[in-house]
Write a protein that binds this ligand. Structure first.
Ligand code: 5GP
Length: 190
């Protein structure tokens, strides 16, 4: 998506450790007009897949997942990082390694919201090593749901998670794939 590449060039900030900061349009302030365009593009890519639910992980995936859910007319479920009092009863849970915090955490989703027979589209803001998406695939498998594929706003191709998932047969669509980035330069995969 040309517009995503332009947005990253104009507003993205490369932080130490291979982190791209996009707080001005996706991760803290949300550019709602741009969010609409992103979600329209993702909905178009998966229009014919019979998606019944969007599945994401809190918290930074929720805004884009919700926008996609609105475009596709389906509910959005997000895996929670802690089992709180509003997630009671049976849950599916899995462990995810956080690239940004360099720690493992457990995510849970209530078995009431992810059902056998669901066909889920995974949506997240970033794809780096692929651990968050693998965790979501695990949750979907525990529920007996099928996975149409994954859609992410920004894939950091140099970390390899997207290509590993593709090699496993998962359809992964990214609005921009960064092949390399330095303080001064970001290169996209054509
Ligand atoms: P993965 O699990 O694929 O290694 O990392 C994806 C998760 O880590 C995303 O849910 C996202 O929140 C976070 N993440 C990974 N890389 C970046 C980055 O460069 N910038 C930001 N803002 N988040 C990232």
């Amino acid at each position: 998506m040309q517009l995503m590449e332009e947005k990253i060039i104009a507003e993205g900030q490369v932080l130490p450790g291979g982190i791209l900061k996009v707080g001005s349009f996706l991760n803290q302030m949300i550019d709602t007009a741009f969010l609409k365009e992103m979600s329209e593009e993702i909905a178009r890519l998966y229009a014919d897949c019979g998606v019944s639910k969007i599945l994401t992980i809190e918290s930074s995936g929720i805004s884009i997942a919700t926008a996609v859910g609105m475009q596709m007319g389906v509910p959005v479920v997000f895996a929670k990082k802690h089992k709180t009092s509003n997630v009671d009863g049976a849950v599916y849970s899995t462990s995810v390694h956080s690239f940004t915090h360099n720690t493992d955490y457990t995510v849970v989703v209530s078995s009431d919201y992810l059902l056998a027979g669901d066909n889920v589209l995974l949506v997240d803001d970033f794809l780096a090593n692929g651990k968050a998406l693998l965790g979501l695939i695990d949750l979907a498998e525990q529920a007996g749901a099928s996975v149409s594929g994954a859609a992410v706003a920004i894939e950091k191709g140099f970390q390899g998670g997207g290509d590993k998932l593709r090699a496993q047969g998962v359809r992964v669509e990214s609005l921009a794939i960064i092949d390399s980035m330095t303080d001064t330069d970001v290169t996209f995969r054509p």
